[in-house]
Unconditional design. Structure first.
Length: 363
């Protein structure tokens, strides 16, 4: 049997993804990249439109907007969403004011100011006061534009069909951008929540299922067993002399042992089985549609795999072993009772010399 070694992964607290503030910033940075891309496409269309309408000043303004969103995209890629947001808000407000002042309120450029409000609300700004002040500023900017520019005769009087086309283009584009932002942000949040659910159900050291996940699997499999009509067995294993490993070699080596043992056991179970860290140096395996005799054979295979594990400790090579208890869920017996019987068999194995597999007495 080949030996299994494993280096220690970073501690859970050292994982940047475990920081919720960093996670929010990364999610928002991804959203800002989408916004920059959508805005760049929109402004590229405006460049062509204003050149065609012979409003060259606004064409130049939109070229500047294209460059601004290229910078926004770069900043968002570099995980600087605050700077990307600031440039975006300034560009949106500035462009809306200039375009509305030059070609009129009726062309619909003012709608883009409203789009900036949900972006600010979704942003990971460092304080609610700053976020609230930014939203209030945008609201008053829009109201000010309405008071000062709506009904005002613009210096460039576009043809009616061109102005109407711009109006509906801006209405539809604003709605599409809003839908895209909301949909993409929902996707990012859902992905983040899935990651959090995985973290909540995963042992951070061994990356196996934790006790919470195992408990959920127990409930599911006990329901599937239909009160004992379909066999359901349990294997519980406990590392031998693990306290001595920690005391002699240190907790870092002890952690390496747990990782290597978990990896070895994961290679020895079937796809239908549920393996996890039950607590401390204890591991639990749920075996659906498996009777006790078959579970005993699987436990013996796991025992051999664990016995083949080696972990370096300085100049020495540390070998470990594990004792197992096996039980099958009996009719009118709870899973807790079946696991308790497997646990009792395990401790009989400890007293009988360790590094062995014992079957529980019938329930």
């Amino acid at each position: 049997m080949p030996s299994t070694t494993q280096s220690l992964p970073p501690a859970f607290g050292d994982d940047p993804s475990a920081d919720p503030n960093r996670g929010d910033a990364a999610t928002f940075a991804a959203l800002m990249q989408l916004i920059a891309g959508l805005a760049a496409v929109t402004h590229a269309a405006f460049v062509g439109l204003f050149l065609w309408a012979e409003v060259r000043g606004l064409a130049l303004v939109n070229i500047g907007s294209l460059l601004a969103y290229a910078l926004v995209f770069v900043l968002a890629r570099q995980k600087q969403p605050g700077a990307a947001l600031a440039i975006t808000v300034v560009e949106v407000v500035g462009h809306a004011i200039v375009a509305t002042a030059v070609i009129g309120w009726h062309t619909g450029f003012h709608y883009y100011v409203l789009l900036a409000i949900p972006v600010v609300i979704m942003s990971p700004l460092p304080s609610l006061r700053l976020k609230g002040a930014s939203v209030v500023m945008l609201v008053f900017t829009y109201l000010g534009m309405d008071i000062l520019l709506r009904g005002r005769q613009p210096p460039f009087d576009l043809a009616l069909h061109t102005a109407n086309g711009l109006h509906y283009f801006n209405v539809v584009t604003a709605m599409l951008i809003l839908i895209a932002m909301a949909g993409y942000y929902y996707y990012l949040i859902d992905r983040a929540q899935s990651s959090l659910r995985h973290l909540a159900r995963t042992d951070p050291l061994t990356q196996l299922s934790n006790r919470l996940a195992l408990t959920e699997f127990i409930v599911q499999e006990q329901r599937r067993s239909r009160g004992g009509e379909r066999p359901l067995s349990f294997i519980i294993g406990d590392l031998d002399h693990f306290k001595a490993v920690n005391d002699t070699h240190g907790h870092e080596v002890g952690d390496q042992v747990l990782i290597a043992v978990g990896q070895a056991m994961a290679q020895g179970v079937r796809d239908i089985d549920h393996l996890g860290r039950w607590g401390g140096e204890e591991f639990l395996v749920l075996l659906p549609d498996t009777d006790q005799a078959s579970a005993f054979q699987i436990a013996e295979r796991l025992r051999q795999r664990v016995a083949a594990v080696t972990v370096p400790s300085g100049a020495a090579i540390l070998k470990v072993s594990m004792t197992f208890g096996v039980s099958q869920l009996a009719s009118r017996e709870s899973a807790e009772q079946a696991i308790a019987r497997a646990d009792a068999a395990l401790y009989d194995g400890k007293h009988g010399g360790r590094n062995r597999v014992l079957q529980a007495m019938s329930g």
